[in-house]
Ligand binder design. Structure first.
Ligand SMILES: Cc1cc2nc3c(=O)[nH]c(=O)nc-3n(C[C@H](O)[C@H](O)[C@H](O)COP(=O)(O)OP(=O)(O)OC[C@H]3O[C@@H](n4cnc5c(N)ncnc54)[C@H](O)[C@@H]3O)c2cc1C
Length: 446
């Protein structure tokens, strides 16, 4: 029998592991572990944790509806695996998971592997969440060095996907021989009730179909108009693997005028690729000297009290709902790192708690870009002006009115900094350019 553990793949259709298990023609014991590390520091009460719990509940519901058994446990993954392998007394010969590339996930899987080795059980890691197969892509490009910037990567990615499209599988959990072997869980591994008392997440395919039918053609031209235009809103599903990235790509590929949206899926692959090949991806804060930066205004930024209307409106939406449109993520991140000269790591950590769609690799890659650090980054002198951007992308200021009702009565001046704004945009922009020039020069040699 196999032990299959769900992690960031909270769905029951088109999973590479299901194809793999089906080919083994063996029974599999399916498990989801509530990992206390991922829910630490009260994250289960924050938007990102709630999203995760809702999708975990959704996964349980999908198994029930298919008449299949999904076991739930709470604890350190390696310890839970140790317990199961011990209980099953030699009946499990292989543990199967999907690979993840974050430092925590790599460490966690090293510990699981160690446990499986102790039982002489195989440990198989499959790749599920990328559109491209990384080793095959490396062969295809024939490059000895990985791509550092997105534009060049994107060109080759499109060619690669045309040649090796990676179509979705039609298999679902109904096609897998899921074991209904029961398991007696000791108190230590029982899932606390409060983690289970959430509303299961909805089906993402309704969102995907609606977006493809109604809005994808305008995506390239209008995606930055955060009040007038709605993108797919699929990222909170993608982040936990509740929707298959292959299905998204495949459906978009067969839809007219989808190139710009597919480019965003490529962006996601690019950050996953860089996380694997860029040795400093998770440690840039140690590569640059960030000591010229400070945290004076960080709390005001978090509390949406900067006095710059579009920044405060965006932070209010984030705090209240866990959502923030991409253009406003760029503006708030640049404002924090550049105008307020705050280390990107503080904003990154705040988004980790607050974003519904929080994803370690995507979040970090985007924060690095905004802070002009790392290989694929905005030029250090790029400091978007939140006022002119607000005027450009939402001329009537409706977004600001929605999230800052106190400003409802303002007309054209709605975009302008309030009298008590915490920084002068022009002066802080100039100062940021000087400071970031210095920070980039401080980069340690490899
Ligand atoms: C500072 C900052 C932090 C971010 N943190 C996250 C994060 O934690 N998790 C996350 O999923 N996205 C993050 N993003 C990227 C982006 O803002 C969101 O993916 C996007 O807003 C999601 O909306 P959507 O699902 O409607 O996407 P759409 O615009 O419909 O795009 C489709 C899909 O493409 C992917 N995508 C789109 N834009 C990007 C991008 N810039 N980078 C990587 N993938 C992208 C997402 O999976 C998205 O669901 C961040 C961006 C910035 C500037």
């Amino acid at each position: 029998m196999k032990l299959f553990i769900h992690r960031k793949d909270l769905r029951t259709d088109d999973l590479n592991a299901f194809d793999y298990l089906r080919n083994q023609d063996d029974e599999s014991f399916h498990l989801f572990i509530y990992d206390p590390f991922l829910l630490r520091q009260g994250r289960e009460k924050e938007h990102s944790g709630i999203n995760f719990l809702r999708h975990a509940a959704g996964l349980g519901r999908q198994y029930r509806e298919a008449g299949k058994t999904l076991h739930l446990a709470h604890g350190k993954p390696a310890e839970v695996v140790d317990y199961i392998l011990g209980q099953m007394e030699g009946r499990i010969d292989e543990v199967v998971v999907h690979r993840d590339m974050t430092p925590y996930a790599i460490d966690r899987d090293r510990s699981i592997r160690k446990v499986t080795e102790g039982y002489q059980v195989a440990f198989t890691q499959l790749t599920d969440h990328l559109l491209i197969d990384l080793p095959r892509f490396a062969d295809f490009t024939g490059k000895s060095e990985p791509y550092k910037v997105f534009a060049a990567f994107h060109r080759r990615w499109v060619e690669f996907m045309n040649e090796f499209p990676n179509p979705p599988s039609a298999l679902t959990v109904a096609d897998v021989k899921v074991s209904n072997h029961s398991m007696e869980w000791p108190e230590a591994y029982r899932v606390p009730e409060e983690l289970l008392e959430v509303e299961p997440a909805e089906d993402p395919h309704v969102l995907l179909d609606g977006f493809l039918q109604e809005r994808i053609a305008e995506y390239g031209e209008h995606r930055d108009e955060y009040e007038a235009y709605e993108p797919s809103h699929l990222s909170s599903y993608v982040a936990v693997g509740a929707v298959s990235i292959r299905k998204m790509y495949d459906a978009a590929y067969r839809t007219a005028q989808s190139g710009e949206w597919i480019r965003q899926l490529c962006f996601r692959d690019f950050y996953l690729y860089r996380a694997v090949y860029e040795s400093h991806y998770f440690t840039y804060e140690k590569v640059y000297d960030l000591s010229p930066l400070n945290e004076y205004h960080f709390e005001r930024w978090c509390r949406a009290e900067t006095g710059i209307p579009i920044i405060d409106a965006a932070m209010t939406e984030l705090n209240e709902t866990g959502r923030m449109p991409n253009r406003l993520r760029i503006l708030t991140a640049m404002f924090l790192t550049k105008n307020l000269q705050c280390p990107f790591t503080r904003g990154e950590a705040y988004f980790r708690r607050k974003l519904l769609d929080y994803d370690n690799i995507q979040n970090r890659g985007n924060w690095l870009w905004c802070a002009s650090l790392g290989e694929n980054a905005a030029p250090y002198f790029r400091v978007n002006n939140p006022v002119t951007q607000s005027e450009k992308y939402d001329p009537q200021g409706d977004y600001i009115r929605k999230w800052l009702p106190d400003l409802k009565k303002h007309s054209k001046d709605i975009h302008q900094p309030r009298l008590d704004a915490i920084v002068d945009l022009k002066a802080s922009r100039q100062a940021a350019i000087e400071v970031y020039k210095q920070i980039l020069a401080s980069r340690q040699k490899d």
